[in-house]
Design a protein around this ligand. Structure first.
Ligand SMILES: *[C@@H]1O[C@H](CO)[C@@H](O)[C@H](O)[C@H]1NC(C)=O
Ligand SMILES: *[C@@H]1O[C@H](CO)[C@@H](O)[C@H](O)[C@H]1NC(C)=O
Ligand SMILES: *[C@@H]1O[C@H](CO)[C@@H](O)[C@H](O)[C@H]1NC(C)=O
Ligand SMILES: *[C@@H]1O[C@H](CO)[C@@H](O)[C@H](O)[C@H]1NC(C)=O
Ligand SMILES: *[C@@H]1O[C@H](CO)[C@@H](O)[C@H](O)[C@H]1NC(C)=O
Length: 319
């Protein structure tokens, strides 16, 4: 009874306030952090936490994500291990939670609308942080699934005021609830100066079309659902770990690309059919490493194959 009353008030609170999202500022490890509400987040940029000579990576999880969850732990730990960036999590776990008995309803009626709302709010937060000394020009926003659209919408909102974010990475940006939206309501190639996207589940949870400056399509195939190697093709309960296997592969690829530089590369082609028909030599003409910021990259689609388990990269063999 008490628990249900608390739950009721928690969500009532969420509906009344602007947001319950927080920013978690990490120091050396995932247990070593300071967490502030979006309204007060700018205070940290006056403190010694912020190293202004470094880039700042901000990660946003997707539906049902939370700080101790697999995606957040893996991504945050990778950036902390690399040790060259300020590392931040957009912790919007309450707004991203499954709150109805029916998980699909939770996604459609709670998490997806919250993501859209939070995108606009987060643009304000970034403006506040910028005014407090945070260098927006040295940021990399990395969002998984709904998180990709939060950052896309934030970038679109800032663009309307003449502020261009340098780099957004969309990790299998969510398809459901966004596929038919106009570009302003989702991640798009103008959400930042450079938008890199990794599409690992375009048949089911991920967005089906091009969204970025450069779009990577690992293990793409046509006329059949894209199933990442190592994922089981049987039918599982919606949103179960097995069902999300291809959707989660995107962040595993990003992490592997950091751990094993130069191993995950894509080959540019006008479209998948052209790539299929290209010889190995043709495929090596225009290549791009996944996860890197390359402002000179040829915009468009990049195709590649990967192995079934980490290390996923096959180098030139995967072209
Ligand atoms: C921006 O900062 C002001 C002043 O501290 C605060 O009232 C407001 O809530 C902040 N906005 C966001 C979206 O964090
Ligand atoms: C800030 O970051 C730079 C670049 O990574 C590093 O050399 C320097 O030691 C850092 N400063 C502090 C106070 O940690
Ligand atoms: C960011 O870069 C743009 C141009 O690249 C520049 O006009 C702007 O002043 C920079 N902003 C900050 C806060 O340094
Ligand atoms: C699943 O994989 C098995 C074995 O590779 C294959 O025989 C079967 O046709 C696949 N089923 C679907 C629905 O793709
Ligand atoms: C496939 O490649 C061959 C040899 O390069 C070329 O002649 C042919 O036009 C290509 N077909 C398509 C559909 O691109």
């Amino acid at each position: 009874m008490l628990a249900s009353v608390l739950v009721y008030y928690t969500f009532l609170g969420a509906a009344l306030c602007d947001s319950t999202a927080k920013l978690r500022f990490f120091s050396r490890s995932t247990d070593d952090f300071l967490e502030l509400s979006l309204e007060t987040a700018h205070d940290v940029f006056k403190s010694s936490w912020y190293n202004s000579s470094r880039n700042t990576v901000i990660f946003a999880h997707g539906f049902t994500g939370y700080p101790e969850g697999p995606a957040v732990s893996a991504v945050i730990n990778s950036y902390l291990d690399r040790g060259d960036s300020n590392v931040v999590l957009l912790n919007w776990k309450e707004m991203a939670a499954s709150i109805y008995p029916n998980i699909a309803n939770s996604y459609l009626r709670w998490a997806a609308p919250n993501a859209r709302k939070l995108g606009a709010i987060f643009a304000e937060t970034l403006s506040n942080m910028s005014a407090a000394g945070f260098d927006l020009n040295k940021t990399h926003l990395v969002g998984h699934s709904l998180g990709a659209h939060i950052f896309g919408i934030a970038g679109n909102t800032l663009l309307q005021r003449g502020v261009i974010l340098p780099w957004i990475t969309g990790l299998d940006p969510a398809g459901v609830g966004f596929e038919s939206r106009p570009p302003a309501g989702r991640l798009n190639a103008n959400s930042a100066d450079f938008v890199s996207v990794i599409h690992t589940d375009p048949s089911k949870y991920g967005f089906k079309r091009q969204l970025g400056t450069v779009d990577f399509w690992p293990n793409y195939r046509i006329n059949r659902p894209v199933l990442q190697p190592g994922c089981d093709n049987r039918t599982f309960a919606a949103f179960s770990k097995e069902d999300l296997c291809s959707h989660n592969r995107c962040w595993e690829l990003l992490i592997d690309a950091m751990k094993h530089p130069g191993t995950i590369i894509g080959s540019y082609a006008k479209n998948y059919r052209k790539w299929k028909n290209n010889s190995q030599q043709d495929r090596e003409v225009i290549v791009l490493e996944l996860g890197v910021h390359d402002i000179k990259a040829v915009p468009g689609d990049y195709f590649l194959m990967t192995s079934a388990r980490s290390p996923y990269g096959l180098g030139r063999e995967g072209l």
